[in-house]
Write a protein that binds this ligand. Structure first.
Ligand code: ATR
Length: 273
């Protein structure tokens, strides 16, 4: 039986993961089947069990199931424990479920592969929700000089940062506590979805700074437009999407795909849509 993989979400029809993993499979010569499955909101664990019974070997997990996936795992990677969320499920030899989160490593790889120095950098992360929690451990592992988490609800940022103080120089607060300049500014809020821009000071960016939005679309987000106008180098989250998928693929198949052509493929299909 062909090894089966899927992405679970609700809704899930929009997911680009099947396109990405089909491209990875073709490139690496791995015979796998990868589909999108809309799990019921009230029984994610049941959907995973049913998938395994039908030959499922692993899965990606997207909104809104990442926390539920975290709870059903028998064992977890250290970074998934920190993130309290799982985007990659792996079926072990004894039928046990192992959980990992590859979002943060995907973000870091996309930045580093595109020449963004993180070691020694002054990093600002905007937002304090699940998406941000998922990337803090890999970001701190790159040994930045400092990392400030800024959020509309200041206490959430302070509490989130507190959970990571053993890993590096990290603090959190409201947008009014943002004191630049920064070398790297990462937008992990969902403000871009609504076309909103967090209130940010004019002197946010150091010379040569990079602005990164974890969101992506056919057009640059308002945050990236604002950053470009202030001279920052800009990247959107399409690269992170492909890199997190590549890391999941590596965990399942032991092969590391070449991400550049897949990123180009997605960029072309975004522009055409
Ligand atoms: P996700 O899983 O995508 O992180 P989430 O946990 O709901 O989603 O978090 C959304 C984040 O975007 C939060 O940091 C939220 O700020 P609050 O904690 O103050 O709610 C932030 N956010 C959403 N809309 C925003 C907006 N219009 N301006 C600024 N921040 C916004």
């Amino acid at each position: 039986m062909i090894d089966r993989y899927c992405v679970f979400g609700h809704p899930v029809a929009h997911s680009r993961s099947p396109i990405i993993h089909a491209a990875f499979a073709e490139q690496t010569g791995e015979a796998i089947d990868y589909t999108a499955i809309e799990a019921p909101l009230d029984d994610f664990a049941g959907a995973w069990r049913a998938f395994v019974a039908e030959g499922g070997r692993g899965a990606n997990v997207t909104v809104p199931f990442k926390e539920e996936a975290f709870r059903l795992c028998d064992t977890l990677s250290r970074r998934a424990q920190r993130a309290r969320a799982v985007n990659t499920l792996i079926l072990g030899g004894n039928g046990e479920t192992y959980g990992d989160t590859t979002d943060g490593v995907g973000l870091v790889r996309d930045l580093v592969d595109h020449g963004v120095a993180l070691e020694g950098a002054r990093i600002l992360v905007l937002g304090a929700g699940g998406a941000v929690r998922g990337v803090l451990e890999p970001l701190l592992a790159t040994r930045p000089a400092s990392l400030f988490v800024a959020n509309r609800t200041a206490e959430k940022a302070a509490e989130l940062a507190e959970d990571f103080t053993d890993l590096g120089d990290i603090a959190g607060g409201g947008f009014d506590a943002v004191a630049g300049p920064f070398d790297v500014v990462i937008n992990g809020t969902s403000a871009s979805l609504a076309g909103d821009l967090p209130p940010l000071p004019e002197d946010l960016f150091a010379a040569g700074a990079t602005a990164y939005d974890m969101m992506y679309g056919a057009e640059p987000t308002v945050f990236l437009q604002w950053a470009a106008e202030r001279g920052a180098r800009c990247r959107d989250g399409l690269g992170m999407l492909v890199e997190q998928a590549a890391e999941s693929f590596f965990q399942w198949r032991g092969k590391r795909p070449d991400t550049a052509p897949v990123r180009e493929l997605l960029r072309r299909s975004l522009s055409a849509s």
